[in-house]
Structures are given as C-alpha cells and as structure tokens.
Design a protein around this ligand. Structure first.
Ligand SMILES: Cc1ncc(COP(=O)(O)O)c(C=O)c1O
Length: 488
C-alpha cells in the first residue's frame, strides 16, 4: 500500500526549530576575527559553532541588519557572510522564514579526518577480544534469555557493588542500575530529577554532553571554575550557598577536560555544603579509574557521604573509557528508592541494556584490576609522547602535568582556540575548541588535546597542530566544515 505524501513530507523548507538573537550570537562568536576577510571570518566561525554543536541545526539566525547593528559591522558584510554560508551549504534562506542553519550534505569524496583529536577515546583494552571470543561459545545459552533489561544483570551489579564496598561505601546490588554508558545515566538522572527551571551547578570547563543533557531536562545552568590545578573550592562552596542549586554535577577524578582530581578535604567540603543547601550531587566517575601515576587515590564521594544522607548522592560510572567505548555499559549508584524512580522513568527513552554487552562487562569486571593496569600503561605511553611532542613543537603553549585521564587541557597563550580548530579541520585534524567545554563562550585560550590515539596519529596530529597554529597569523582561508562527532 502506498501512503499519500503529507504536506510535511513533501515540503523542502527547513523548518526553524529555534532561533538565536543577535546579542546571543555575538556572545557565542567570541573573538572571531582572523586574517581572513571579515565576512569570511564570520562565516568560518559560524561553521565551527555549528560543527561542534554550540549552534544547532535548524536554528534561525538573526536578520542581517540586526546582526550588523549588534556587531557594529556593515550590513553588506553580514549579507556576504550569510551568502558564503549558503554557498557552502550551511544556510538556507527563504523569504518569510529567515536564514536557517543546516548541515551540508557530505560530499562523496569527503574522507574521514586523518587524525581525530575531537574524541578522547582509547582503543579497546588488550584482552577484550579474548573475552568476546569466549562468550561467542555461549551463544545458545545467551540467546535463550530475553536479551535486554532495565535494571541490569544481578552478577554484574554484584561485582560493581563489591568495588564500591571495597572502597568504603557499603553497597548492595539494589543500589546499582546498569545503563547504556554514563551518558545514558546522566541524561536519565537529569530527566527524572529535574523540573523545568531547576538550578544546576556545573564545572567550567566540563564534559559538554552532560551540560547539554542537564539543560535539555530543564536545568538552568551556573558554573564554577576548574583549571589544570584543580577547583577553586571557596568559589565552589560559595556558589552552592549563593545559587542554591537543586543539582550539582561534578567530575572529581581526572576531570574531563582538565584531568585534575579533587582532594579528600575538598570533597568533604562539597558534600557538607551540598547537604546544608539541599542539593543533590551527581558525581561522574567515568574517568575515575584512568590513573597513570597519581599518588594515592582520594576517597570516593560515596564513601564520604554519611549513610543517613545517601539520598543526596547519585554516582555514575562506565566501562567506555577504561575498557572500550563500543561497550555501552555504564551504571548508576544511588539509594534503592532512587533506583526504583529511575527504573520507572527509563522505558520512555530506552528499553534497557543488552544482556550480551552486560555479559562481556561481567567478564571484564571479574578481572578489572588486571585490565586497568593495561589501560594505565597505554595511557602513560600516550601522555608521555604527547607531552614531549608539544614541548618540543609548540614550546609557547602551557602543557599541564597530568597524572591520569585522557587529555591535556593546553593553554595557548592567546584566545585562538576556535580559529585553531578551524585551521586544523582544513588540514584533516578534528579537534574541539575550548569554548565547547563551557556554557558561556569562555575557554577560548584553551584547547583539549587527547593522548588516546596510536603513537603515529599523535605524532601526525601534533605536526598538523603546529602547522595550523603557525598559519593563524599570516593567512587563513575559508573552508567548509561537516558535522563533528560527539565530544567524548
Ligand atoms: C566525564 C564523562 N562522562 C560521561 C561520558 C560519557 O560516557 P559513556 O561513553 O559511558 O556514555 C564521558 C565520555 O566522554 C565523559 O568524559
């Protein structure tokens, strides 16, 4: 049976799903001028904002005159910039509908980037292939089960609970829920616990898809600074007192992107302040096991939170960085009553975690310490190589001394991160500009460089970073961007 095409199917008009005002766009643009002609530099920056998700597709841009007034530029310049965006396939203008951002269709000749520094994703840990091979032999038994579930397989939850208990946080399988990675856990928590307009305190910089999930769930975001030296803990505590957030999202171990870790005393102060102000702590431990050579391990938030206050804490973990990003297994640790709330909210978004992946995860957790040791060695090699290359090839950048994690949060010495990301993109290196890691257009002096790729890719990537950096002053040519993948 053929269906009658609906008006919606046949219309080719890009429907604007949101719009951005001139003032807001100017704030997002940051320091956008470069050696390119002004109209081209403006178009280049808008492409980058679209590519890294700071501007969404189907956003209507301000009218040319409005943007011209706000930028203090001639209308001709804005008209030319919009025309350049139309020519590169990033903008569709329709009489009566304004100018709407779209992603250009990928050209058939368009190849994958030579180096992908936009993703801090390590290769599968050595030994994972053997685990998967061994499980294949159990296929008949696995296929007898329903194949997916909302709360997670008991043995897997037991193993995860035992790790928390060993770290001093008494935990039973009833405290654990298995999710599709940490992102799924964060988004589910946000959707379940936040009401529209609730205040949420996050770090700046932070992991972008977490603030996106918290914002999408209705959270009003405020931030507290983190640098490669750690948290400004007085600021954090006073922000809790001042903002009185309903939820606080933190990454206390090998923070993404700075790789800093919070001290035990700092954790205690945060917990005390959150409790005084009735805030729920959402603690992201996705990167917590990525230790290379940190001296000692600070206690987990779950072990520092008194039993009677356990309802104020949700911890999130994942195997995606320690084992493999393709294993979509993460978890939530919370009070059983909270776990029940989360489980009942979950089916509206997804129907559960595949059992086959949970069985792989179970085998992984049976020998987790051995595998973590291997991951640590791999990260050490990547970190040492990247630090050495950056020191020798880009000696003016400030390279932090990191003890774990996946990346270096490098200070460039100039607010050129977005321009550098565009220049890299034209040379086949994807990299995420600093401002993507915050909500207010800051971090233009920083860029995150992951050390998770293979050695040759890191070497090639740094060579191109250097070339791109050196190109920024003399001349930069406009280029078209395709959509960047998620920031991991
Ligand atoms: C801090 C942090 N939290 C959560 C995630 C998402 O992890 P997953 O792949 O388990 O969904 C990432 C991935 O980059 C991350 O860096």
């Amino acid at each position: 049976m053929t269906s009658t095409p609906t008006r919606r199917q046949t219309t080719r008009r890009p429907l604007a799903r949101s719009h951005i005002g001139a003032r807001q766009l100017v704030a997002l643009l940051g320091e956008w001028e470069s050696a390119e002609p002004v109209y081209a530099a403006l178009a280049t920056r808008i492409r980058l904002l679209l590519a890294d998700g700071r501007l969404s597709t189907h956003t209507r841009l301000p009218a040319e005159r409005e943007l011209a007034d706000e930028l203090g530029r001639s209308r001709t310049t804005i008209v030319a910039a919009y025309r350049a965006l139309r020519d590169s396939g990033h903008l569709i203008s329709m009489r009566g509908s304004g100018s709407v951002l779209v992603l250009p269709r990928p050209r058939p000749s368009q190849s994958a980037p030579e180096v992908d520094f936009a993703r801090a994703v390590p290769a599968p840990v050595a030994g994972l292939d053997e685990i998967i091979h061994a499980l294949a032999g159990r296929a008949p038994e696995i296929l007898e089960r329903s194949g997916f579930d909302l709360v997670g397989q008991r043995r897997l939850r037991e193993l995860i609970a035992a790790r928390y208990t060993a770290r001093g946080a008494e935990t039973t399988p009833e405290h654990i829920m298995i999710t599709l990675g940490a992102q799924n856990a964060i988004a589910l928590t946000a959707r379940t616990l936040l009401r529209h307009g609730d205040r949420v305190l996050i770090e700046a910089p932070t992991y972008p898809h977490a603030y996106e999930a918290l914002g999408n769930a209705g959270g009003r975001l405020a931030s507290t600074p983190v640098t490669t030296m750690g948290w400004d803990i007085d600021h954090l505590v006073s922000a809790i007192e001042r903002v009185r957030p309903e939820l606080i999202y933190l990454i206390p171990d090998f923070h993404n992107p700075t790789s800093a870790s919070m001290t035990a005393e700092e954790r205690e102060r945060v917990i005390a302040s959150a409790r005084r102000n009735g805030a729920l702590l959402l603690i992201d431990e996705t990167t917590a096991d990525l230790d290379i050579d940190r001296l000692g391990r600070p206690p987990a938030f779950s072990s520092l939170t008194p039993a009677h206050a356990a309802g104020t804490l949700v911890s999130v973990g994942s195997l995606s960085k320690t084992i493999w990003g393709g294993l979509r297994v993460g978890w939530l640790r919370a009070e059983p009553a909270m776990i029940s709330r989360l489980i009942s909210r979950r089916p509206a978004d997804d129907l559960g975690t595949p059992v086959i992946e949970q069985l792989i995860a179970t085998e992984v957790l049976e020998r987790y310490d051995l595998l973590l040791g291997r991951r640590s060695e791999q990260l050490r090699a990547g970190r040492d190589l990247l630090v050495e290359l950056l020191h020798t090839q880009l000696p003016d950048w400030q390279i932090p001394d990191v003890k774990g994690g996946l990346s270096l949060w490098v200070e460039l010495g100039a607010p050129l991160s977005s321009a550098l990301a565009s220049a890299c993109q034209r040379r086949g290196v994807r990299i995420t500009a600093g401002p993507k890691f915050g909500i207010d257009g800051a971090h233009e002096r920083f860029i995150r460089v992951p050390f998770t790729a293979e050695a040759e890719r890191i070497e090639r990537g740094v060579a191109i970073l250097r070339e791109a950096w050196e190109s920024l002053d003399p001349m930069a040519t406009p280029g078209s961007q395709t959509h960047l993948p998620p920031v991991l």
